[in-house]
Design a protein around this ligand. Structure first.
Ligand code: PLP
Length: 447
């Protein structure tokens, strides 16, 4: 529990404070240097939208562990569900045996899926279910190739990273990647290119198993496509017998004010992937597929830990909370946040290019990556946690329990951070960023 008598944010040391600095040094001695690390927050406890760090600083969390803590930190009902399940049964592989909560979670996920009837494979991480989706699509269609979009992020395992095209560094040094992946621009123009160039000149449409798409791109910068895009993509897939995979790992679980972002366009995918917010931070991911596609047999796919009962207890409680009001809250609070942030475009036209998103999936695009990074760090120093995305964006993705007052505080602090950055020349910003980051974090975030 955090100290509720204290305000939020409440920054009592220079950040990072002495304990955080010491911990960062310790961490750097032992952990893989591949971890991106956006800035030196060292959390020890959380409650709702509040995070307390090792120095006793209280932050307002609009990053939510990379859009994961949908019900807020340590929601009492989620804690209760996890505790209850942990006393009953912690692990019994659902791949090899019949774990009751696994089928119950699958039934729930199939019920909330945009397509019916559906069946479900449960895994542990977004990337794991991207792999599952890829395998099922190839297996079912017996076709080898896949289309993905420029700017997409699908994860870091070999199949998923081959589909990813948000930053070249995710591929650097890892080749050769999975063959048969074709990338086109995100949005309607990409579909023109798919038909006119890829299907006509490179590979016929009937050689493609699937198109994988984030209905709203996440790590690529919270990019909302034009309204024609997803309906046209559905039609194109139907015309060519290609499966449509919606990667809702970041955009799903109520974040955009609907259960799934694709619901905003009334499009039904063939396969839907969920993770992150669906279990409030416990490691659960799921591939939900139209039942008729599940033509693979025993042994074709599985996972030792996938569908861990403690994690699934959190999932069931999370879905109940989402349906019990949090999705509606995301829609209302998202509108308030957008209304509060949009004036920044007029106030700082040289720096702030766009405020975009749906619900509580909000991206602010700046003139450059250096500005985005400087705003992120200024927000951190003022006690607001946000997260960079894409080349030049900052994402705001708070827990769905966020209140009107917390939105107002975040908008105010974000505005102050932008004002501070605007008051410095671009060259100074780069210098300040370099100084602040020295020894504390690496280049850019991802996820
Ligand atoms: N797909 C999307 C849209 C994501 O945003 C992410 C992670 O950020 C992934 C897949 C990979 O998820 P994970 O990091 O759990 O493997």
């Amino acid at each position: 529990m955090t100290d509720q008598a204290r305000p939020v944010p409440d920054i009592v040391t220079a950040v990072p404070g002495p304990n955080a600095r010491a911990h960062v040094a310790f961490d750097h001695a032992w952990t893989s240097p591949s971890l991106p690390r956006a800035y030196p927050i060292v959390p020890v406890r959380g409650e709702g939208c509040v995070i307390e760090d090792v120095d006793g600083n209280r932050f307002l969390d609009f990053a939510a562990g990379i859009a994961v803590n949908s019900t807020g930190h340590c929601h009492p009902r989620v804690v209760e569900a996890i505790t209850r399940q942990a006393h009953e049964l912690i692990h019994f592989s659902a791949s090899d045996f019949y774990l009751p909560i696994y089928a119950r979670a699958a039934e729930t996920l199939a019920r909330i899926a945009p397509m019916a009837p559906a069946r479900v494979f449960i895994g542990n991480s977004g990337a794991e279910v991207v792999e599952a989706g890829l395998k099922l699509a190839r297996f079912h269609t017996q076709r080898p190739n896949v289309v993905a979009f420029v700017g997409a992020f699908h994860g870091r395992t070999y199949g998923a990273v081959s589909l990813t095209a948000s930053k070249a560094k995710y591929h650097a040094g890892f080749g050769p990647l999975l063959p048969g992946v074709y990338h086109v621009p995100f949005g309607s123009a990409g579909l023109d290119e798919l038909e006119a160039r890829v299907f006509t000149r490179l590979m016929p449409a009937d050689e493609f198993a699937a198109v994988i798409v984030e209905p709203i791109q996440g790590e690529g910068g919270y990019v909302v496509p034009d309204d024609a895009f997803l309906p046209r993509l559905r039609e194109l897939c139907d015309r060519h017998g290609i499966l449509l995979i919606a990667d809702e790992v970041q955009s799903g679980a109520g974040r955009t004010g609907r259960m799934w972002a694709i619901d905003h366009w009334g499009v039904e995918p063939d396969i839907l992937l969920t993770a992150k917010g669906i279990a409030s931070g416990m490691p659960v991911a799921a591939m939900i597929a139209r039942s008729e596609l599940m033509t693979w047999g025993p042994g074709a796919h599985g996972s030792t830990y996938g569908g861990n009962p403690v994690a699934l207890a959190a999932l069931l409680e999370t879905v109940a909370l989402l349906e019990g009001g949090l999705i509606d809250n995301a829609a209302v609070r998202g509108e308030e946040a957008m209304r509060g942030l949009r004036p920044l475009v007029e106030l700082y036209p040289e720096l702030v290019r766009e405020v975009r998103g749906k619900g509580l999936m909000i991206g602010v695009r700046f003139d450059s990556g250096a500005t985005a990074e400087a705003v992120q760090l200024q927000a951190f120093e003022r006690g607001l946690l946000v997260l960079e995305a894409g080349d030049d964006c900052v994402r705001l993705c708070p827990p769905l329990v966020v209140t009107e007052a917390e939105v107002a505080t975040a908008v105010r602090i974000f505005g102050e951070a932008v004002a501070h950055v605007a008051a410095h020349r671009a060259a100074d910003i780069a210098e300040v960023v370099a100084e602040e980051r020295a020894g504390l974090a690496s280049e850019t975030v991802g996820g």
